[in-house]
Design a protein around this ligand. Structure first.
Ligand SMILES: C[S@@+](CC[C@H](N)C(=O)[O-])C[C@H]1O[C@@H](n2cnc3c(N)ncnc32)[C@H](O)[C@@H]1O
Ligand code: SF4
Length: 453
């Protein structure tokens, strides 16, 4: 997947916008969402589903972090949390009795905050309540500082085959400023051991735009990462939203790279990963061409869900745990975001729903279009019209045309009667092309989103 670089255009279009891990985005979810809607969605859903499970705890606060997390050193808090998860699983069990689970992803916060015993108990609960496919894919996010080699071996024994390690940057000054000091040796030892243990896929998370990151030194981090030979790399743009995440105020503003420097970091990463033979997946992922994400993209089967790019079905994800989001059969729902509310609702025997949304037929059409563009950068208009019984495509999407016009003039996208094609120049800005088809965007406050690049 070729990506062409134009600093001028990227700066021109440097605005805030959704990442389209769903359409409509989570901002459109409505309160007082009835559990009957969840039951109905599951009754008619596909027979194979994916599970996401959120473990919110972290031992230490990283100042840049924008995730839903609770910082604590008390590992017994996780015992209470496991009890709530067991209650939630019991509520879903009768709704999922005729379904099988094809993928499980543990995310956070920090899933490896759990002790080995707690991890065993969690897997026991999951297998007790749900039917896993024999070849189900189990993956987990790992903070290297909270995972001994022994815990890694334990995860392998529990059936996990895919791991993702949070690296962010190896530079010492960057690490000190973001309050996340972890040595290169620590990550290297874990990666080597993961490979020895037979984990089939190793992902490393990096962030560009962090304090004191500058191209010369970031190049060293990139080279160290390449030496570790990961199967995938996630390269996130640092979302600096200090009004929303108080800890980000601890990062001195003058230490952050200016817009131009931040872009240079991204450009450098794209160059290094491409030259090393990695395929650019969408906007923020790189994968070896033999990796399942890259293969899915080559075969036109790549999807996007709340975890980002995925090989799993987009409309068949159950999220368990505080703040998790589910999407099944055209219905999206989110769990309570505060731990206390989540636990209270479960103690009262209710699904811990906070908000939700049932997609209309128009939402489903736009969701399919946005997903296609963000994963594959082109849309075959006649095939799309046939799939959704649309007579005249550009008449149906007349509202998108004025928003597409400047993007067409700047050669970021080419539109005809038969094809929409995001050009190599437009690929890093694909979120803007998608936003042209978003019926809800004008209602939302753009400051709720991070910068598109
Ligand atoms: C839940 S964490 C991964 C697991 C574990 N907690 C860790 O940090 O190693 C998810 C990832 O989100 C990314 N991330 C967190 N805050 C971010 C922010 N403000 N902007 C961009 N990426 C961010 C980091 O790359 C982080 O590794
Ligand atoms: S980046 Fe990971 S470890 Fe750090 S605070 Fe966020 S979720 Fe926790």
């Amino acid at each position: 997947m070729q990506v062409l670089w134009s600093a001028e255009l990227i700066q021109k279009y440097s605005v805030n916008g959704p990442r389209y891990t769903s359409y409509p985005t989570a901002l459109s979810l409505q309160p007082d969402f009835p559990s009957s809607a969840v039951q109905a969605a599951l009754a008619n859903s596909a027979s194979e589903l994916c599970l996401y499970l959120h473990i919110p705890f972290c031992q230490q606060l990283c100042y840049y972090c924008g995730c839903n997390k609770i910082v604590t050193r008390h590992s017994e808090k996780a015992d209470v949390y496991l009890q709530s998860l067991a209650r939630e699983m019991a509520l879903y069990q009768p709704l999922l009795s005729d379904k099988t689970i094809s993928q499980l992803h543990l995310g956070g916060g920090t899933p490896t905050f759990l002790t080995q015993d707690q991890l065993s108990r969690l897997m026991q609960l999951l297998r007790q309540h749900f039917v896993f496919k024999a070849d189900a894919e189990l993956s987990i996010e790992i903070d290297p500082r909270s995972c001994s080699l022994e815990k890694l071996a334990h995860l392998r024994q529990l059936g996990f085959s895919r791991v993702s390690f949070g690296v962010q940057d190896f530079d010492e000054q960057v690490q000190i400023t973001i309050n996340r000091v972890q040595s290169e040796e620590l990550v290297q030892a874990l990666v080597l051991e993961a490979r020895r243990l037979g984990f089939s896929s190793i992902n490393l998370d990096l962030v560009y735009g962090l304090p004191y990151q500058r191209p010369e030194r970031f190049l060293q981090t990139l080279q160290s990462v390449l030496q570790l030979d990961p199967d995938r790399v996630s390269l996130f743009s640092y979302a600096h939203m200090p009004t929303r995440f108080a800890a980000q105020r601890k990062i001195p503003t003058q230490s952050l790279p200016q817009a131009e420097d931040k872009l240079a970091l991204l450009q450098l990463a794209i160059k290094e990963f491409s030259e090393a033979g990695y395929q650019c997946i969408g906007m923020d992922h790189f994968a070896k061409t033999t990796d399942s994400l890259a293969i899915a993209q080559q075969q036109g089967k790549l999807q996007r869900n709340f975890q980002g790019y995925t090989t799993a079905g987009q409309d068949a994800l159950i999220g368990l745990g505080v703040s998790s989001i589910s999407q099944v059969n055209g219905v999206i729902w989110q769990n309570q975001k505060e731990l206390q509310d989540y636990q209270q609702q479960l103690s009262a025997g209710q699904l811990p729903l906070e908000r939700g949304f049932s997609l209309s037929q128009d939402d489903k059409i736009r969701a399919a279009l946005i997903s296609q563009l963000i994963c594959h950068f082109e849309l075959d208009i006649p095939a799309f019209c046939q799939r959704f019984a649309i007579q005249d495509f550009w008449r149906y999407f007349a509202d998108a045309l004025p928003k597409l016009d400047p993007l067409i003039s700047d050669s970021l996208v080419v539109c005809s009667d038969t094809l929409i094609q995001v050009t190599p120049l437009g690929r890093l800005l694909v979120r803007l092309v998608c936003a042209s088809f978003d019926r809800y965007l004008h209602q939302a406050n753009s400051l709720s989103y991070s910068k598109v690049v």
